[in-house]
Design a binder for this molecule. Structure first.
Ligand code: ADP
Ligand code: MG
Ligand code: MG
Length: 193
């Protein structure tokens, strides 16, 4: 089953709501191991996404996803903008033709290509990679997402600002993994996966 434009819009608007609701929390997480702006970066980005995707003339899921990608890239100053932008852009390339597991896998490839992070570098890759695995096995759940989130806590950051802290990055959740968790909880709420 592939996603329609309507489903994709509902998914991204749900994600956007979760980002707004957790804006302060995301910035607090980033305050601990970064520069404290992840919530405001993401909130600015998804506000632009909302405006870009409400255009009713967008007929295909790929049209919606492409608009979302451009909004994230152009409105988010931090590292997360180009990373989400790359993910959404790679997803747009396959979303009209592939099942959701393949779509998220394409997004993960986009993030890895852009940011050069691997699993266990304590980045959003540590949310996207286990979600791809779970989707492939047909067992994505809120519990699986929460577990992936928790597993970023003991890791030492090897990419992004948090990596400047070395050992001191240990014991904190990765902000980008947490914002990505909302994308996948929104997916579960809007789409039968
Ligand atoms: P900045 O670090 O520029 O202030 P944000 O605070 O918005 O940007 O985003 C930080 C998040 O971006 C991190 O928590 C991490 O998940 C993600 N991130 C940073 N660098 C990379 C990278 N090279 N690959 C994947 N994700 C990364
Ligand atoms: Mg930051
Ligand atoms: Mg910043």
């Amino acid at each position: 089953m592939t996603l329609t434009a309507k489903q994709t819009r509902a998914w991204l608007l749900n994600f956007s709501n979760k980002i707004h609701d957790n804006k302060q929390y995301l910035s607090d997480l980033d305050q601990a191991i970064g520069d404290g702006d992840h919530g405001s970066n993401m909130s600015r980005g998804v506000t632009a996404v909302e405006a870009a995707i409400t255009d009713e003339s967008l007929e295909k899921a790929s049209d919606v996803m492409k608009k979302a990608a451009m909004a994230m890239v152009s409105k988010v100053g931090g590292a997360s903008g180009p990373l989400y932008g790359s993910a959404f852009l790679e997803m747009a390339k396959v979303i009209d033709n592939e099942a959701i597991a393949r779509v998220i896998a394409a997004g993960l490839d986009g993030i890895k290509k852009r940011g050069k992070a691997e699993v266990e570098d304590k980045t959003m890759v540590d949310m996207w990679a286990p979600v791809v695995d779970a989707l492939q096995d047909g067992r994505l759940s809120v519990e699986a997402i929460e577990e992936a989130k928790a597993q970023t806590k003991p890791l030492k950051a090897k990419k992004g600002r948090a990596s400047y802290l070395n050992e001191r990055s240990i014991g904190h959740l990765d902000p980008g993994a947490v914002s990505s968790s909302y994308l996948f909880i929104a997916l579960l709420e809007e789409v039968e996966v």
